[in-house]
Design a protein. Structure first.
Length: 528
């Protein structure tokens, strides 16, 4: 039997068009191109993302790195470029520049030089691939704007300009690129990109961080400042440098867990806008994963836990070097990772205690704020309505009260029974809120003074996340209050010694279920 070899060179048009859809978002794509500048030992990187007078998007990244000659340009524009000499380089697959750029533009223009003198230009154009195949166009024709930008950033020395041309995917959804909606969309993209780069390259932007060389990054002329997720008065609860045994051998991981101050505490020390600067929001909790001091993933909990509001104060640093690339299974965009089982087990155990402490501090703060809410006016309309309507309703008859035992004796269709009693001199109160109820109950039937009433816990999650966000909606509050009071009144009418425990168990189950159902709802800002 003979074996033959047949050439199977991939079709360049189909491959390059397919690679446009690898899942890049703009922030990740730009960060991937910036990686190349840092790997080239640049100390200054200028990013431009603007609209020209015709409304077209203009994007470029200019650096003062080592630059490239003709051979270097061709290699940079080759899909699967040569491996870098330094395995710790931020560039990893040899695809980032091409796939990141063509995800948003159909043409890449590289202008570069290795020192003083004339730059050389390399072009990769998707619209010419069908004609010229896997070939890179090289020319000595330099765009005047690129020459000016390169001279300004590099000081006349080595450097590179990466320019996206025929940009078709940044604000593509707007028919009129010069309209206000397109401008607003681009402004939002610039703001988001600024936040992203400040976070991803935080250690490079921080001149005081000696783990990496300092790099100055500018976006549309504005110098970016480092954003450190573990600053803003965060307390380190865990500082662990461990060797984890993976399928690929022993690997060193640095794990630090932090808890941030609550919003009010942060404002008291750092100023009114501190919580905004700290991004003290639910989506910023979780694990921040750093490879070679560059944020590559997060924040999230890497599938170990879900993002829940009561862990908003928890942030975790997970750092590793290039030796763990296989164990973390980093994807093409260096933005998604998959963990080795041994690393997953290590993280789940190590983070249990810090997460628990962060949750306790968050809940303590929420409980304090809830207890401080003056909510008598919130429920006043409900009390007035219940007072009026209850006059015509059949109900149990109050026989006696005992303030010392906190019990009232009532007479209903089943006979006499003892129920909860709360002293009150206000005969218009049928519903009242309390700071807390035993066993985490949401509500409890109780005679309030002479009235059949209901107590509601202000620190139950249902009250916090359903009642309080609707506190300006009188109809909604009255509907909720009426439902709870009706349940309590029904208990008073049919309870006896045998069924009291049954009703109590039902209240516990209802309270637990409601707490679980509203768990992922946002907490209201009680300080506004």
């Amino acid at each position: 039997m003979t074996t033959s070899l047949y050439e199977a060179t991939p079709d360049p048009v189909r491959i390059t068009e397919s690679l446009r859809d690898t899942g890049y978002v703009l922030n990740t794509a730009v960060a991937d191109v910036v990686d190349n500048s840092i790997s080239a030992n640049a100390t200054r990187i200028d990013v431009e993302l603007v609209q020209d007078p015709t409304g077209r998007v203009r994007f470029s990244i200019t650096d003062n790195g080592e630059g490239m000659d003709t051979e270097g340009l061709v290699n940079a524009l080759r899909y699967g470029s040569d491996h870098r000499d330094d395995p710790a380089s931020l560039g990893k697959f040899g695809l980032g520049l091409k796939t990141a750029s063509t995800a948003f533009a159909r043409r890449i223009r590289l202008t570069s030089r290795t020192g003083p003198g004339e730059p050389v230009v390399g072009i990769w154009d998707l619209d010419r691939v069908a004609e010229i195949g896997w070939n890179v166009e090289v020319t000595e024709t330099v765009l005047p704007f690129d020459r000016k930008t390169l001279d300004e950033v590099s000081g006349g020395g080595a450097g590179t300009v990466v320019r996206w041309e025929s940009v078709d995917r940044v604000i593509k959804e707007y028919k009129d690129p010069r309209g206000s909606r397109a401008r607003t969309a681009l402004d939002k993209a610039v703001k988001s990109l600024s936040d992203h780069l400040s976070m991803v390259f935080q250690r490079f932007l921080d001149a005081g961080d000696d783990r990496v060389p300092s790099v100055e990054i500018r976006l549309n002329g504005a110098k970016l400042e480092a954003w450190n997720p573990f600053a803003f008065g965060a307390e380190c609860l865990l500082d662990d440098e461990s060797v984890v045994e993976t399928e690929l051998g022993d690997s060193k991981i640095l794990l630090r867990a932090y808890v941030l101050p609550r919003k009010a505490e942060m404002q008291a020390v750092l100023g009114e806008e501190a919580h905004i600067e700290a991004r003290l929001f639910n989506t910023y909790q979780g694990i921040y994963v750093y490879r070679e001091n560059r944020l590559i993933h997060g924040p999230d909990w890497l599938g170990l836990f879900i993002q829940e509001p009561h862990y908003t104060l928890a942030r975790v640093e997970l750092s590793f070097d290039h030796k763990l690339d296989e164990a973390f299974q980093i994807d093409l965009k260096k933005s998604r990772i998959s963990l080795d089982t041994s690393i997953t087990d290590y993280l789940a155990k190590a983070l249990a205690a810090p997460r628990r402490e962060a949750g306790i501090r968050y809940r303590d703060g929420e409980r304090t704020k809830l207890q401080a809410v003056d909510d008598k006016s919130i429920h006043a309309p409900s009390n007035a309505t219940i007072e009026d309507k209850s006059r015509t309703m059949s109900k149990a008859t109050l026989q006696s009260t005992d303030p010392e035992t906190g019990k009232a004796e009532i007479l209903n269709a089943k006979g006499r029974v003892l129920v909860e009693y709360v002293p009150s001199t206000d005969n218009r109160v049928f519903l009242e809120t309390v700071n807390t109820l035993d066993e985490g109950l949401l509500y409890r039937p109780a005679y309030i003074g002479q009235n059949p009433g209901v107590q509601i816990s202000k620190t139950h999650a249902f009250y916090e996340k359903v009642y309080l966000p609707n506190r300006q909606s009188g109809a909604t509050i009255q509907a909720l209050d009426s439902l709870l009071w009706a349940l309590a009144a029904a208990e008073f009418k049919v309870s006896d010694d045998a069924t009291l425990a049954v009703f109590e168990d039902i209240r516990y189950d209802v309270s637990r279920t409601l707490r679980k159902l509203v768990e992922d709802l946002p907490s209201p800002d009680l300080e506004e």
